[in-house]
Design a protein around this ligand. Structure first.
Ligand code: NAD
Ligand code: TYD
Length: 338
């Protein structure tokens, strides 16, 4: 049996990826390593938690001793690294933890991986490392676009992305880097635009839209991200970077209006608020390189949003429990000045 280490497997994308791997690769033993910060929860894995081929490891990726001890005990074949602080607004308010987790934590993992006999270290980076594009619909991020991150979040992700590259160039560590566009889907933490909008509309609360709502994001369903990582992990050429995206550009205001329509709510619930500092105008991925590996997204946006809204309706207990806790203080702090 081959051992796969998934970091951040209690979070949104890592959690979906753990489920995806458990369903598709019963011969792998999945080690889900997570610190369980505010963004991590294990209830999503209740159905598999007693499986012989699933283990949870409660570790901080920046804790060198704990990581080294784990790697001494277990031979990993694959490492898929999702664990990170992931929210831009939190990085603007408190950048330091982003440096510790995203930069130092990645270096700790790379160092342990360097001494191990792994087949592949897949680093889950983001398209935000490229910075922003103008509103010109003919320009896209390719893998060759220079890294020009704007926020403390994206700067910390660009730093870790470059460290992964350095471990390949310097030590020959077998790596791939993926840079995906914005994800959405089940278990999306309700601080991000889509789940925030759905959960607030379901409670008939106002939805805060930053600035004029014209900023553009390129949205991909999380299942399509999981299948892309699976492909890169098994078939990606060592040392290569792969952009992941499905050509689904949407203005933020359009996204909010789509969700309002899906839920049959009123557009009066839209509230324009002060813009985010350093707000990137537009992200848009050119996915040609990963398409050449054979990847195609399955979800179109309308189907994906309808499925996601349905999921939030059916899993009210999950997100209501989140928004009733420390989240409420975060929300009040974040949106008070706006
Ligand atoms: P998330 O915030 O939902 O989950 C992050 C997980 O990492 C949580 O379970 C958290 O407990 C864990 N974690 C945080 N600090 C840790 C530490 N020090 N040690 C161990 N675990 C720790 O994030 P997400 O949206 O699922 O994003 C996952 C990855 O994908 C991130 O690396 C992010 O940069 C990248 N990414 C996200 C998107 C997106 O749209 N969400 C798009 C592209 C790339
Ligand atoms: P977000 O989901 O935070 O992802 P990212 O910043 O990583 O792209 O935000 C998506 C877009 O939605 C971004 O342009 C900021 C905007 N936004 C709002 O308009 N209102 C909000 O309350 C939030 C959280 C985001």
């Amino acid at each position: 049996m081959e051992n796969i280490l998934v970091t951040g497997g209690a979070g949104f994308i890592g959690g979906n990826f753990v489920q995806y791997m458990a369903a598709n690769y019963p011969k792998y033993h999945i080690y889900n390593l997570d610190l369980l910060t505010y963004a991590g929860d294990l209830t999503k894995h209740q159905a598999i938690e007693n499986n012989d081929n699933y283990s949870f490891v409660h570790i901080d990726i920046a804790d060198r001793q704990a990581i080294d001890a784990l790697f001494e005990k277990i031979d990993f074949t694959y490492i898929v690294h999702f664990a990170a602080e992931s929210h831009v607004d939190r990085s603007i308010a408190e950048p330091e933890i982003f440096i510790r987790t995203n930069v130092l934590g990645t270096q700790v993992l790379l160092e342990a991986a360097k001494r191990a006999n792994i087949k592949k270290f897949v680093h889950v980076s983001t398209d935000e490392v490229y910075g922003e594009l103008e509103f010109d619909p003919t320009t896209f991020f390719t893998e060759e676009t220079p890294l020009q991150p704007s926020s403390p979040y994206s700067a910390s992700k660009a730093s870790s992305d470059l460290l992964v590259r350095a471990y390949y160039e310097t030590y020959g560590l077998p790596i791939n880097i993926t840079r995906c566009s914005n994800n959405y889907g089940p278990y999306h933490f309700p601080e991000k635009l889509i789940p925030l909008t759905i959960s607030r509309l379901l409670n008939d609360q106002k939805v805060p839209v930053y600035g004029d709502g014209k900023n553009v994001r390129d949205w991909l369903h999380v299942q399509d991200h999981c299948s892309a990582i699976d492909l890169v992990m098994h078939s990606g050429e060592i040392g290569e970077v792969y952009n992941i995206g499905g050509h689904n550009e949407q203005k933020n205001l359009e996204v909010v209006k789509t969700i309002i329509r899906t839920l049959g709510k009123s557009e009066d619930l839209i509230e324009f608020v002060e813009d985010r500092l350093g707000h990137d105008k537009r992200y848009a991925i050119d996915p040609t390189k990963i398409e050449r590996l054979g990847w195609r997204p399955v979800y179109d946006f309308d189907t994906g949003i309808a499925q996601t809204v349905e999921w939030f309706l059916e899993n009210k207990a999950w997100w209501e429990q989140i928004i009733s806790g420390e989240y409420q203080q975060y929300f009040d702090r974040q949106y008070a000045q706006k």
